[in-house]
Design a protein around this ligand. Structure first.
Ligand code: FAD
Length: 390
């Protein structure tokens, strides 16, 4: 870690300690929501610290951090529950490269400034892991596309004003391929079907949203027809790595707090940390955390170094798989160490126990990560784990 990396990490840690963690229980008891003045203060502090839109180029007003530095920040953000860290927005990293001047001006730059908010409408009732099975359609009609489809789990829809909508083209020479469109959410034909409740208590909802004969101008097409999946894969790599980083942060917080409790709490005349059954749970947690952290940091550095894209894809799957499953085990042990207190919603372990579960599902389930890893293992062998090529 360079001095600059360490300074960024410390700034992020101070932000989380001062501005997020003190509001967790308030958010948990209030459907994840915080007062507007608290959010305004958090956003202003993030801007002062240079962390807002940290993944965006500085020319566009973003933070311009390296992937490794972003992983360090995400790790700190992961220490807070209730998705309070989502106040730090990271617009789609691949977008500035492919966006037209109109798209930069209309959506990308305002999102970087924090004036606009995006959401992603890709998953459908019959197409989650199998993204190729998407049934939403896009039909070219003069200077417009006509979009139709019903999207599930559209995270942050209630706080967003535009969506990235993935659909299958049904007209023209690229019919059958997928494409991505930007849809303003006030467009006629965008309708919330219903807003289900989820395990966690977040301000960001995940409704089912219908897009019915929604018309968008051709200039809302992202990149070229047929590019759709390319962007989804690039996004998956980034998000999987950042999920791993956040899981490391969560595991650190859980291990810290459970260890502090185990040092204080006495039972049968001894501190519970002196009972080996408790001590060994904590020893396992800190050991697994270290392994996950090393994998995460290394993969982030590989992304910065421009490593081979297939190797990167497998490594992002490996860290996401390992770190999310690790964090789930750490949360489960932390609940156990806290005893009855660990089952109370005001306790950090109870909240993380629920919240971390989805990290084994979204951005590719653990099974899908294993499919990707096994495919690369079959093609390349244990070079995936730093071994020699056969
Ligand atoms: C809280 C939340 C927020 C989300 N936010 C968004 C969002 O903003 N935008 C968006 O587009 N999507 C979002 N998603 C969707 C998410 O990415 C999908 O839920 C996820 O990819 C899994 O798809 P699925 O739910 O359809 O499960 P399915 O694909 O139906 O899988 C069901 C089970 O089958 C297993 N399975 C499937 N295929 C295989 C296989 N080949 N081998 C072995 N096992 C397999 C899976 O691992 C899983 O255990 C969100 C989901 C949640 C829960």
């Amino acid at each position: 870690m360079s001095d600059e990396d360490r300074a960024i990490q410390e700034r992020a840690r101070a932000f989380v300690d001062d501005e997020l963690i003190p509001h967790e229980v308030e958010a948990e008891m209030n459907r994840g929501r915080l007062p507007e003045e608290v959010l305004r203060r958090q956003r202003a502090r993030l801007r002062d610290l240079g962390l807002q839109a940290m993944n965006m180029p500085t020319e566009l007003g973003g933070g311009g951090l390296s992937t490794f530095q972003q992983a360090l920040v995400s790790e700190q953000i992961g220490r807070a529950t209730n998705a309070l860290g989502w106040v730090l927005t990271t617009p789609a990293g691949w977008l500035p490269e492919v966006a037209t001047p109109h798209q930069l001006e209309t959506w990308v730059e305002p999102t970087i400034r924090g004036d606009r908010h995006e959401c992603y409408a890709i998953t459908e009732e019959g197409a989650g892991s199998d993204v190729e099975a998407i049934e939403a359609t896009a039909a070219r009609d003069g200077d417009e596309y006509l979009l139709n489809g019903v999207k599930w789990h559209v995270t942050s829809f209630n706080l967003a004003d535009h969506a990235f909508f993935q659909a299958r083209l049904v007209t023209g020479e690229n019919a059958g391929t997928q494409a991505m469109f930007i849809v303003d959410l006030d467009a006629p034909g965008v309708r919330v079907v219903r807003t289900p409740e989820y395990s966690h208590t977040y301000a960001d909802e995940h409704p089912i949203v219908a897009f019915e004969d929604v018309r968008v101008p051709v200039r809302n097409l992202v990149g070229a027809e047929g590019d759709g999946m390319r962007y989804a894969y690039e996004w998956f790599r980034y998000e999987r790595l950042m999920i791993a980083a956040r899981c490391c942060g969560a595991a650190e917080r859980l291990t810290e707090e459970a260890t502090a409790f185990a040092r204080d709490r006495e039972a049968f005349g001894a501190r519970i940390i002196d009972h080996q059954a408790v001590a060994f749970m904590l020893a396992d947690s800190v050991t697994e955390l270290w392994a996950a952290r090393l994998m995460t940091y290394r993969t982030a550095q590989e992304l910065d170094d421009g490593a081979d894209v297939k190797l990167l894809h497998a490594h992002c799957s490996m860290v996401k798989l390992f770190a999310s499953e690790m964090a789930g085990r750490v949360a489960d042990r932390a609940v156990q160490v806290f005893g009855g207190r660990g089952y109370m919603r005001e306790n950090v372990a109870e909240r993380f126990f629920r919240e971390l579960r989805v990290d084994r599902i979204w951005e590719g389930t653990s099974e899908i990560q294993r499919v990707i890893i096994a495919d690369q293992l079959a093609k390349r062998g244990t070079v995936l784990a730093g071994g020699n090529a056969p």
